[in-house]
Write a protein that binds this ligand. Structure first.
Ligand code: GLU
Length: 431
């Protein structure tokens, strides 16, 4: 997991790019870089190691301009060094690309490009995207993307800058998170909402394969065939403080201390505190659905899977329904036999966990009803499931889960109690 940023506005972009990368540092990375469009055309600066090294490089070789892209890399193809760091450019140095994810057919594409005389500099899969775009581009990047994107297999979040259209950025995703922030005379791109909170809380969440074209004053979306799409802007409820350390040495420590607040907020959302009853309109089962339920399958990865195991034990004990908890990476590749009146529950803090997204899609393809427990509003899993129960934990920055896990467990307690009551295993008083 690594970070992507993009900025286009009327002020210098370097500071914004670096601060955006900084707020995504928690995701882990091995090198960093930026590409800026300014008076000297497209300028790239990169450094292996920490962001401090990139800052030092920028002090020695400064760049300036109002449109730029940035990246912190977690190497999958090629060593973690300066050459392989992003942004990658095409041979002419006019097109720059940052990429999160993996281009699975890069080897094929690379050998075709080499046959056409393209000279590669890096060992990365990403460079094929930059070279393809550079080779095909005639000054209309939207048209170029229509031509190039269908050639790519794999997962990606891409942000593209081009010297031919210096005030514009393009971005597109496929199974990788990407958020676009709307500002005043400036617009932003990032892999994570936390990177944007300092600048805006108005965001667009593009769906897979939708291309966004972004200038300082305009954000437009296009379907893969090029037709324009209207997208709704989303308000992020989180504030800047919630994504900062606020005097704690580590995000994890801060988030441990936030657990009582996270649990109280989540509980208050699902329980009417005056009458001490569950808010049934916010719970995922009607009485009929609960009574008909024959089997529950919980899919999740890592810590969320542990919340799922606790959920399994509670639901079986209280509601007397058979439950299986499966690691999403196993579920997605295994032979699953969907039973009638089986419901799948997907658990993911970010709502972007790749294996859990794939498990959700598989269950939906099997015709199953899928419910999700997510923390990030509007995330892929939240959008693709039939019902979503949000944990109100606020941004969880630490990689080791704390408050998201506690609130996931709370939701399982509520689901178990709700199902038990709806199925007549628990009286209203007991509930
Ligand atoms: N696959 C790309 C690389 O190795 C991107 C890795 C990432 O997501 O940072 O350069």
């Amino acid at each position: 997991m690594c970070g992507i940023v993009g900025f286009t506005g009327r002020t210098d972009c370097v500071k914004v790019l670096l601060s955006g990368l900084e707020s995504q540092e928690y995701r882990g990375y091995d090198s960093a870089g930026i590409a800026v469009l300014g008076q000297d055309g497209l300028q790239v600066r990169k450094a292996a190691g920490r962001l401090a090294n990139l800052r030092a490089e920028l002090t020695q070789n400064p760049v300036g301009g109002c449109t730029g892209i940035g990246h912190t890399r977690w190497a999958t193809h090629g060593e973690p060094n300066e050459v392989n760091a992003h942004p990658h450019t095409d041979m002419s140095g006019r097109v720059a690309v940052v990429h999160n994810g993996i281009i699975e057919n890069f080897a094929e594409l690379k050998s075709q490009l080499i046959d056409q005389g393209v000279k590669f500099r890096s060992q990365t899969d990403t460079e094929v995207v930059a070279q393809l775009l550079g080779l095909c581009d005639r000054g209309d990047m939207r048209a170029t993307l229509r031509q190039v994107l269908p050639m790519l297999r794999g997962s990606y979040a891409l942000v593209i800058a081009s010297a031919s259209q210096p005030d514009t950025l393009w971005c597109v995703r496929c199974n990788n998170p990407l958020v676009i922030g709307r500002g005043e005379g400036a617009n932003y791109i990032a892999s994570d909402v936390a990177a944007l909170l300092r600048y805006t809380r108005e965001v667009y969440l593009p769906d897979d394969h939708e291309v966004a074209e972004i200038t300082a004053d305009r954000i437009s979306f296009f379907a893969p065939d090029g037709s324009p799409i209207e997208k709704e802007i989303q308000q992020v409820g989180w504030d800047v403080d919630s994504a900062q350390k606020k005097g704690f040495d580590h995000f994890m420590l801060k988030e441990i201390f936030e657990q009582p607040r996270a649990i109280a907020d989540t509980l208050r959302h699902y329980v009417d505190t005056d009458t001490l009853t569950l808010r049934r309109d916010r719970m995922p089962f009607t009485r009929k659905q609960a009574v008909l339920l024959r089997q529950l399958t919980i899919v999740a990865c890592g810590t969320a899977y542990h919340a799922g195991m606790m959920g399994k034990s509670l639901i079986q004990r209280l509601a007397r329904i058979p439950v299986q908890a499966e690691i999403a990476s196993e579920y997605r590749y295994s032979e699953t036999l969907a039973t009638e009146n089986e419901v799948v529950i997907a658990v993911s803090q970010s709502g972007e966990t790749a294996d859990t997204v794939a498990a959700v899609r598989k269950a939906k393809k099997n015709g199953q009803r899928v419910i999700s427990l997510c923390n990030v509003i509007g995330s892929t899993i939240a959008r693709e499931t039939d019902a979503v129960l949000y944990t109100l934990a606020g941004p969880e920055i630490a990689v080791a889960s704390t408050k998201a896990y506690s609130t996931q467990m709370l939701l399982f307690v509520l689901i178990a109690l709700d199902l038990a009551n709806l199925r007549g295993e628990l009286s209203d008083e007991e509930l």
